[in-house]
Each structure stands twice: as C-alpha cells, then as structure tokens.
Design a protein around this ligand. Structure first.
Ligand code: OGA
Ligand code: MN
Length: 294
C-alpha cells in the first residue's frame, strides 16, 4: 500500500487532507509516521477513512507524534467509561446508556461546541488530537475546523501588530462559564486556575504564524476584561469565517487528526437521544507557549 495524501477541497491547497493507503490497526513504521507529520504540518487537519481501530491501536499510533497527554481535562467523574489515556468524547455513561439531558458530564461536554483548541487551559497545551468515530448519530454532529494560519494571514496588518506580543489567560472556568455552566467545586476552581498563552505562535513545522484562539481564553494580560473579551470575540469572528472552515461530516471509523497549534475546532448539534461515541487521544506540545519564540 502506498500512502496517498490529497487535499479534501482542491480549491484549498493548504488545509484539510484525506490520507489513504495505510492500516492503522496494523501499526505504522517510523517513516510512515514522519510522512504523516509532514502532511499535518502543511494541512493542519488529516482525515483517515475506514480505520476500525481499538483504543490500544489508536494509542499506539498516536505515540509516534510526541508525549501523550492524559484525559485530565474532564470534570471529576466517579465512574469513567474509558481509561485516562482516552478522552471520552461521547454522550454515554459507564453502562453505555445515553446520558440524561441534565447530566452534569453531558452539560460540561457541550463546551466542545464552542470554537476551541484542545487543552489550551493547560500550561502545556495539546499538539495533536486524534479522534476516532466508533458510533455516530444518523444526522448532525459534524466537527468543524478553522484554519488559524490562514486567519492570521488575512488579518489587517494593524491588528496583527496589536496581537503580536499579547498573552491571554485560558481556563475552562471561562469557556464553561460562557454557557452558564459555573457551579464549580473548589477542587475544580483550583485545577482550572487560568494559564498564560501567547496569542500569536510560530508553527514550527511550516514556519507560518498562527492565531492561538480558544473558547478558554477569557482575558489578555494588561487589558481590562471587557475590552479583552470583546477583542477576542472579534478575532474569533474573523477567524471562523466560512472561507477558513472545513466541516467534517463523520462516517463510522473515520479517524481525524488535527494540529491544535494551528487550528480551532467545534462540535455541531445532533439529536442527543442518539448515541454518539468518539474516542480521542491527545499528544502534548513540547512546553508552554510563552517559552516558544515567535
Ligand atoms: C474533541 C472535540 C468535537 C466533536 O474531541 O476535542 O472537541 O465534534 N470534539 O466531538
Ligand atoms: Mn476539542
């Protein structure tokens, strides 16, 4: 089998590609993994169709790309359905039942419908996320991806200059709080104390600059809060215009891999009485963004 990498939309040569000609269940060589990393450096989002994999196979594939992150971003759950190596992106409880409408874990999970970059609320945020579709609803529930390098390139030069050295404060307390989900335990408040992140990053694999936005960003160091939030809101509006967005319509056993340093993503609505079960592995970045020169 030969690895084939093709842009999904021929009109958009540098964002979102489909990768075929490999069987992730069988494991991949270091050379194939290096080819995949070169591809994601260019495209930001890669779709691997027809990969019917187990959690262990998904994890083994993910380890080619860097140190693995644990699924510690969830709210405290007494009954995890999946191991801490796997982020449970589903609406299911431990017994596999669809969660009730007012279930706290379900409501927390609705935060994924806000545009975000994974784990930007952690001091060292995520590098890559890999999301495997095990069960999908009959309609809806797309995942959308926005190209933060293209968004940066298209930004007015005066705004680019304003952004360049800004440092934002990121916390899940902000993203969830914006949905009215604000009943946090003292433990959760401590665990999610805001962390600083650069607003502009240089993407190492492409050398391009990128906007590092996320629903978790709730302030800018040195700025009054309302002004910071309004500025971030404007940037988000700019960066998520349709010309920067690829909407992924899931098929069962798709694996989608994205670069959180150069993209944002969000889940879209679906019928919450239907099961939707996706499993995510996450590769962490090399360190805090403040330590990375732009
Ligand atoms: C994620 C995520 C979106 C979705 O897995 O990190 O935000 O569509 N998922 O489930
Ligand atoms: Mn996410």
């Amino acid at each position: 089998m030969t690895l084939t990498i093709q842009p999904i939309d021929p009109a958009r040569a540098d964002f979102a590609a489909r990768v075929t000609g490999l069987d992730i269940a069988d494991g991949v060589s270091a050379e194939t993994a290096a080819g995949i990393e070169r591809a994601i450096d260019r495209y930001g989002v890669l779709v691997f169709p027809d990969q019917n994999i187990t959690d262990d196979q998904q994890y083994a594939f993910s380890t080619h790309f860097g140190p693995m992150e644990q699924a510690t971003g969830d709210i405290n759950q007494t009954e995890r359905r999946l191991s801490l190596d796997i982020n449970d992106i589903s609406n299911l409880d431990k017994s596999g039942q669809v969660r009730a409408r007012d279930d706290r874990t379900r409501l927390f999970g609705l935060g994924n419908m806000l545009w975000h970059s994974d784990s930007s609320f952690k001091a060292t945020p995520a590098k890559f996320s890999l999301l495997s579709a095990r069960v999908i609803p009959s309609e809806g529930g797309n995942t959308e991806f926005a190209d933060m390098r293209a968004a940066w390139d298209a930004l007015d030069p005066a705004i680019q200059a304003t952004c360049r050295d800004l440092i934002c404060e990121h916390s899940q307390l902000y993203s969830r709080g914006s949905l009215g989900f604000d009943q946090f335990t003292d433990d959760e408040k401590l665990k999610w104390a805001p962390v600083p992140q650069r607003l502009v990053r240089r993407h190492p694999g492409s050398g391009r600059l990128s906007l590092f936005l996320s629903a978790h960003a709730g302030g800018i160091q040195g700025w009054p809060v309302p002004e910071a939030r309004m500025f971030l809101r404007d940037l988000n509006e700019h960066a998520t215009q349709r010309q920067f967005v690829y909407a992924h319509r899931w098929r069962r056993y798709d694996l989608v891999m994205w670069d959180n340093r150069a993209t944002m993503h969000r889940a879209r609505r679906y019928d919450h009485s239907q099961p939707r079960d996706l499993h995510r592995t996450t590769v962490s970045d090399s360190g805090p963004t403040l330590a990375q020169a732009i």
